[in-house]
Design a binder for this molecule. Structure first.
Ligand code: ADP
Ligand code: MG
Length: 482
């Protein structure tokens, strides 16, 4: 009986027959068998980069699964290992960047780890031939939602995209985890590439840079490393905080930085903290980080979280009500990654039982029984056509028609209804006085007087405030249905 990995060549052969020559060569020739685990139920493969892993998973998932199931019938899950984390080299020896004693043990560990993982490196060069940019197609500018906490970062990103290396250089972007640094960084790369396909863009994590440095010590391909960085138009470095305490790596980075900066090449750096809080990082490097612009993505407000969730739910076409959505965003108040985690669980449940509506009790279970009251203004603000809904609810409560509400009739009952509708549009939707005026075909001063008057009347006339409450609870009911 053949060994379990002998079947892998049969899988590859089956794939070769199914795919075009170019697709097979681009994505599958470097795909390697690593092992099966979990009593043969899990198959682990190695790919050359996370880009090719993602590409294979999005474009060829079914074809791969089909071919695998032919020869590995027990396999229910396929996993990937990235095998070329060290597929880059440095010229550091020549410039005298030897690791310090304190880094050596770290480096040796890393070398062992990388060697044990490395199965299928490109033979000649150790710089990856394919996907030189290392960008993940999932992170685009189009699916990065602009919210109050990230709008500054997005506008800087757009300025860089338009003219790399001109206005802000370097850009230092920092935030807590899961708030979109990696996404935005990669989106910048993708967009520049889209605008100018021959741009030489390098996305690398600080860790990969570190690996590259170690690899430079191990290999004698210094010219390659120099070219790699010299021939870069845009350098995107993710999670620079890991450079703290690694003095020789800092030295290497310092030189790469200077060379690129002097040549007006765009550098974008992300970090989980401000440059000044990086700890054991050389002062000269910190000051360079601050040369351009330092911006942060702050913790998102409830509104921001709803906005991002709404976008994701629409993209995934998940049948969630606005009430459910808002409850998720209310309960998960940490970051976007956690929100995605909850959404993934919901998506899995909906896909498993597509016929069965997704009920509130199931959502409660996923949210760990968390059920917090959703602020009224948020409920109203996020309803589609919210000003129309406010007007409809007012008409119902006051028993008048919409044309009466919007007309000129000054009868007391109708005038009051009009004031209530204007007041709610102003306060619940955060609209300006002129914007409300436009909806009602009135001057902004009329709206101002109406809102003041109603505000005062509500304080002394309970009949009026209970009417306003009645309109609000009608809107609340509508909200749960949306
Ligand atoms: P960080 O690098 O700051 O830890 P990531 O960029 O990995 O965060 O973001 C975590 C997840 O949240 C990613 O899947 C990303 O796509 C998503 N995400 C973050 N910010 C946004 C946003 N503004 N719009 C859409 N998705 C976002
Ligand atoms: Mg990140």
């Amino acid at each position: 009986m053949p060994a379990v990995n002998d079947y892998w060549s049969l899988v590859l052969e089956a794939l070769r027959q199914k795919l075009s020559k170019s697709n097979f060569e681009a994505w599958f020739t470097s795909l390697g068998f690593v092992k099966t685990t979990n009593n043969g139920r899990k198959l682990i493969l190695s790919t050359s980069s996370s880009f090719s892993k993602n590409y294979i998973e999005t474009k060829f998932k079914h074809i791969l699964k089909e071919a695998v199931s032919k020869y590995y019938p027990q396999v229910v899950h396929i996993d990937f290992e990235i095998s070329n984390t060290v597929a880059e080299t440095t010229g550091l020896q020549q410039e005298g960047f030897f690791p310090l004693q304190s880094e050596l043990s770290d480096l040796q560990e890393k070398i062992k780890e990388v060697k044990s993982k490395t199965i299928n490196l490109n033979q000649g060069s150790i710089i990856p031939k394919k996907n030189i940019h290392n960008l993940n197609p999932k992170y685009t500018l189009e699916n990065f939602v602009v919210t109050g906490n990230n709008e500054l970062a997005v506008s800087v990103a757009k300025a860089i995209i338009e003219k790399p290396g001109v206005q802000y250089n370097p850009v230092f972007l920092y935030s807590g985890v899961g708030l979109g640094k990696t996404h935005l960084l990669q989106a910048i790369g993708q967009k520049i590439l889209e605008n100018k396909p021959d741009s030489r863009i390098r996305y690398t994590t600080c860790e990969a840079f570190f690996n590259l440095f170690i690899s430079g010590i191990q290999n004698k391909k210094s010219a390659e490393f120099k070219d790699y960085y010299r021939n870069t138009d845009v350098l995107l470095i993710d999670d620079i905080q890991f450079i703290a305490g690694k003095e020789a790596t800092q030295e290497a980075f310092f030189h790469a930085f200077n060379e690129l900066h002097q040549n007006n090449k765009q550098i974008v750096i992300t970090s989980d903290k401000h440059p000044k809080s990086l700890g054991a990082v050389e002062e000269r490097l910190i000051s360079r980080f601050e040369w351009g612009i330092v911006i942060d993505i702050s913790k998102p407000e409830l509104e921001d979280r709803i906005r991002v969730l709404k976008d994701k739910v629409e993209r995934l076409r998940l049948p969630l009500t606005l009430d459910q959505l808002t409850r998720i965003a209310t309960a998960v108040d940490t970051n976007y990654r956690d929100l995605e985690g909850v959404l993934n669980r919901i998506e899995a449940r909906i896909k498993l039982l597509p016929e069965k509506p997704f009920e509130d009790y199931e959502l409660n279970k996923i949210l760990g029984g968390f059920h917090q009251a959703i602020p009224m203004n948020i409920q109203i603000k996020f309803m589609p056509n919210s000003s129309d809904r406010i007007m409809d609810a007012v008409c119902k409560v006051f028993d008048i028609t919409k044309s009466e509400l919007l007309g000129k009739n000054r009868q007391q009952h109708i005038a009051l209804a009009r004031q209530v509708a204007m007041y709610l549009c102003k306060n619940e939707l955060d609209l300006s006085f002129p914007a409300v005026g436009k909806i009602f075909g009135r001057d902004h001063t009329t709206v101002l007087h109406a809102c003041r008057r109603l505000h005062d009347d509500m304080a002394i006339k309970s009949k009026i405030s209970s009417k306003v409450e009645a309109v609000k609870s009608m809107l609340q009911e509508a909200f749960a249905q949306v």
